[in-house]
Design a protein around this ligand. Sequence first.
Ligand code: KIV
Length: 273
Amino acid sequence: MSLAKKSNIKKITTHQLQAMKERGEKISMLTAYDYTMARILDMAGVDVLLVGDSASNVMAGHETTLPITLDQMIYHASSVVRAIDRAFVVVDLPFGSYQGNSSEALRSAIRIMKESGAHSIKIEGGSEIEESVKRILSAGIPVMGHLGLTPQSIYQFGTYAVRATDEEEAQKLIEDAKILEQAGCFAVVLEKVPAELATKVAESLKIPVIGIGAGNGVDGQVLVSHDMLGINKEFKPRFLRRYADLHTTMIDAVSGYIQDVKAVDFPNESESY
Ligand code: KIV
């Protein structure tokens, strides 16, 4: 298969994402973990590609995002970077690669930027990672924050339910979002929080707020590509809209291939040398 690369295409930057917020244009973001999928998503015109640590679930079949390593994230990220002409590429700092201290966080972020060629990193947490965010930014690396449901803390939460439904957690989220903005993050992801709260955060921050399960009052949306394309049909949260049923399409295609092989119908003469 060949998906030819185009040239002279204007690349998306953090400045353009900021300008999009300012003119009220919503930002589209999707996950990508490999070259071929990233090539398709970039050709379709998505603004931001997230090499999410959800690769741990989607690519490797783990129950949580915790097992994926920094080396594995760099492998996925470099495959995605080779594919893109236009999209801005954000890479998750995986669990265990930044919680120790800000030097460790900086070292991990530098490895991602140097070894994958990605454009920025994403990091989960609020006030507790402020020092790390500042340290990473001081090296000239753009940082995207991530608040609300932060899957690396799943064992602390105990559930994937909606976050910040009570006043105390909502207040902490608003404060954390401000801390991340003041620290210098170029954008923040809000995952699975009430739409009203997410809208309030988006209205109170100058930087773009990208939502997943956070309603449509934010500045952009992100989904896991395999979920929205209907490749993975087992995950059915309320916030997910499926734009295709590739699971069925692929099962049908593979069944057709198996049938043709068994019936000695494939390959035919025109498919042979
Ligand atoms: O890893 C991921 O896919 C994410 C998105 C759900 C925001 O962090």
